[in-house]
Design a protein around this ligand. Structure first.
Ligand SMILES: C[S@@+](CC[C@H](N)C(=O)[O-])C[C@H]1O[C@@H](n2cnc3c(N)ncnc32)[C@H](O)[C@@H]1O
Ligand SMILES: [Zn+2]
Ligand SMILES: [Zn+2]
Ligand SMILES: [Zn+2]
Length: 736
């Protein structure tokens, strides 16, 4: 039973580490980007604590076979819960309304002849090298070799002055690279564009090339920039001028010859050759009649409107001509491979590669790498953009790459992902070291040849709204999921960026690529453009929970992760649980989001998810059924202790999320007896809100958490903890 066996410190610690370097713990995620993937370790923890007796800590590193169990996920996304269940031998049933999600989970699970894939990937890369390889070479400033590999081309947006018609750069600043990963700061000269390496960016001195004083601050600020020729203040973006134009201003490259005796990175101002190469690539692109580059318009949307404001009307305008050339040629080569699985694997790679091969990628001046288009959950348009080498730069025989965002990166990751399916492993932390523990006997896939013949597992994936699901009554052993969080991520608007390409290249017998967009009126996210509000979300979520609850065997769990900074976002969840007749038997804290990820960093958001465990019948620990703010604060304190034992350092936002979990769980507990399913969604939400208020709400709980606790966003300071109150015996339970 999850409620008893789930080991919060152990799983929190693992999940925390996993979220920091997810590809090391679950290489399968490299099959394709999906947003907000939960840690796989968390769902393995849930499955094992529910279905395997004994210590979770010990079971975790052993192979298990839960053959015959049926596990469903109505919102499969990137497939995390299902992959964990499949790996443990369960039959899986997954739904997602987004064709990209369906496709990604299929690709994750589908068996692939890795040798054939490798061979095709090599052929693809060889052909591309022949056709466009020279466009990614540059002259090394140090040794003069013309064969240095470009890692990144840095481009800046330009504007035509609406007064004097002069073209100028929209530079927000002149600092290209900070002295973290590189010995010095690299600064552009505002006059001649030369790159200067300086010790102190606060006193940058003068340009080595032209003598002009160097500065850090650029002229472009808050959507305004003065024209350097006539002084006129121009506003940007200006959609009427069409998609933004760019000028290449810097190159970061890699010279295999010089690397061993060179400190830091290699930067240069583009020379004539570099600019000519781009011209040549453009000409080559213009001479093609594209067969695969999509011509689709970008529909209006909550996220895509920003693209419109910048003058982007079609997806293809988000790429430069060298990128379009390389991508079109890639598609042509891929489409020629006869093996369906290999071709579809490479098509999936191309779709994922798009993230790095577009002109919305930014250059991280601190980490000195490309930030892909989805590094935040939106389409932020920057002023300085980063074009990665399409081919990638393999680093000799070491099986690594220099830089990111090219074919060699994607192929290497894919091979690792598929190898992991054959031979999954876990990472164990032993006296400060990380050890890979092979879990011999487990595998991810639909079938596998064994000594006794072929072993198969049910894999049923549906690309449709789970509000339309129709599972037999009492057929499921568990539902494990990660529902959408109202307005957090506009999955469809973002994924269309990949989908418009993928649907032209990949082949699927189920017709998932028939629609021109992944948008769907039944998607359960708030969306202003599509007029979907909180009631739509609540009703939809409720329908899904009702269906899932009906399909659960008596006493089987529906467990899901959830987190939000606002209590309002929890109301639909509570309504859905109550409508389905489920009771929430536990709310458990566990890290779910990546602390270091850009969209969380510095926003004070929470990294802790609440795992809500719900059942139709069962027992709850009596100590968790409380009714006052003070008691809830006590439960929060207890949870904090557990996650701290797992070395998680909760922030204030995390503490609030943990409290929300308990408030919602208890509101459900007290409302369930008199719940009226016939009320409107908004009335139901009001009831839940009132119940939460009756429990004192967050403000009530907050009052009982000491000042220290609230002030300390992180860790170092010791917490003044009151003695735990005695709520009754730890083992005491209440039936429901
Ligand atoms: C938070 S994500 C799941 C992430 C996933 N657990 C993972 O770790 O990768 C929620 C998913 O719900 C899907 N979704 C939204 N509305 C849906 C609906 N009506 N039916 C099925 N899926 C839906 C979205 O497309 C999205 O993939
Ligand atoms: Zn060199
Ligand atoms: Zn001007
Ligand atoms: Zn200069």
């Amino acid at each position: 039973m999850i409620e008893k066996n789930f080991d919060i410190p152990f799983i929190s610690n693992l999940a925390l580490h996993e979220k920091q370097i997810q590809q090391n713990y679950r290489p399968i995620i490299a099959v394709h980007k999906w947003f907000a993937r939960r840690p796989g370790t968390l769902f393995r923890g849930l499955l094992l604590s529910e279905f395997v007796e004994g210590s979770l800590k010990e079971n975790f590193y052993k192979a298990h076979n839960l053959k015959g169990l049926n596990i469903a996920d109505p919102f499969m996304g990137g497939g995390t819960p299902l992959i964990e269940a499949n790996r443990l031998g369960c039959n899986i049933i997954g739904y997602d309304i987004n064709p990209m999600s369906y496709w990604i989970v299929r690709q994750e699970i589908e068996r692939l002849d890795l040798e054939a894939y490798r061979k095709a990937a090599d052929e693809l890369q060889d052909s591309l090298t022949r056709e466009v390889g020279s466009f990614y070479k540059t002259v090394c400033l140090k040794c003069g070799s013309p064969n240095a590999h470009v890692k990144y081309f840095i481009w800046v947006k330009t504007l035509v002055c609406n007064e004097c018609k002069g073209t100028f750069d929209l530079l927000p600043g002149y600092l290209l690279a900070m002295n973290r990963r590189h010995p010095k700061n690299v600064i552009f000269c505002s006059k001649c564009g030369e790159l200067n390496e300086v010790e102190d960016h606060k006193n940058p001195g003068i340009c080595q090339a032209c003598g002009k004083a160097l500065t850090i601050k650029g002229p472009a600020k808050r959507n305004r920039c003065a024209c350097p020729y006539c002084g006129k203040i121009n506003k940007y973006p200006d959609a009427l001028n069409g998609p933004p134009q760019h000028r290449m201003v810097a190159i970061e490259y890699h010279c295999h010859e010089c690397k061993s005796n060179h400190q830091g990175r290699f930067f240069k101002k583009p020379d004539r050759e570099d600019l000519l190469k781009y011209e040549k690539a453009s000409e080559q692109w213009k001479s093609l009649s594209p067969k695969f580059v999509p011509d689709d318009e970008i529909p209006p949307g909550d996220e895509t409107d920003r693209l419109h404001r910048w003058g982007y009307r079609r997806y293809r305008e988000m790429f430069n001509e060298r990128q379009l050339l390389g991508l079109e040629l890639s598609c042509r080569i891929i489409s020629g491979f006869p093996d369906d699985r290999v071709r579809n694997a490479l098509a999936t790679n191309l779709s994922d590669l798009l993230r790095y091969q577009n002109m919305l990628c930014r250059y991280d001046t601190m980490a000195l790498k490309s930030l892909d288009i989805f590094s935040v959950h939106g389409f932020p348009v920057g002023l300085v953009q980063c074009e990665s080498n399409l081919l990638g730069i393999p680093n000799g025989s070491r099986g690594t790459n220099v830089g990111s965002g090219g074919w060699s990166n994607i192929v290497l990751k894919y091979v690792r992902a598929k190898e992991y399916c054959e031979k999954p492993y876990e990472i164990k932390h032993q006296s400060g070291r990380k050890v890979q523990v092979a879990i011999k006997g487990e595998w991810i896939g639909e079938s596998k040849g064994t000594i006794d013949g072929t072993e198969s597992r049910g894999v049923n994936l549906y690309c449709c709204s789970s509000t339309f699901s129709n599972l037999p009554t009492a057929s499921l052993d568990a539902v494990l999921t990660d529902p959408p969080y109202y307005a957090n991520v506009q999955y469809a608007e973002l994924m269309d960026f990949c989908y418009t390409w993928l649907r032209r290249l990949a082949t699927d017998s189920n017709g998932v690529f028939n629609k021109s967009s992944t948008r769907d009126e039944n998607e359960l996210t708030g969306n202003i453009t599509m007029d979907r509000g909180l009631s739509h979300f609540t009703e939809g979520l409720s329908q899904v929970f009702v269906k899932m609850a009906r399909a659960l065997k008596p006493g089987a769990p529906l467990a899901f992760t959830y987190h939000h900074n606002k209590i309002e976002a929890y109301l639909p969840v509570a309504v859905a649980i109550l409508d389905s007749g489920l009771t929430c038997s536990a709310s458990l804290p566990c890290p779910g989001e990546m602390g270091a990820s850009i969209h969380i960093n510095g926003t004070g958001s929470s990294v802790i998810d609440t795992i809500f465990v719900c059942r139709l019948t069962g027992t709850v620990p009596r100590r968790t059924i409380v009714s006052t703010s003070e008691e809830i604060a006590g439960l929060v304190r207890h949870d904090l202790e557990l996650i701290r034992a797992g070395k998680v350092k909760p922030t204030r936002g995390d503490i609030r999320c943990i409290a929300f979990g308990h408030l919602v769980r208890l509101a459900i507990w007290y409302l369930r007896k008199e719940w009226d399913i016939a009320l409107s969604a908004s009335d139901k939400m009001v009831r839940v809100e009132r119940a939460i208020d009756n429990l004192g709400g967050w403000s009530g709980v907050e009052n009982h958490l000491s000042d220290e606790l609230l002030k300390v966003p992180c860790y170092q300071m010791p917490l003044a903890r009151e003695m735990q109150e005695n709520y009754g015996g730890e083992e005491d339970e209440i039936s429901f």
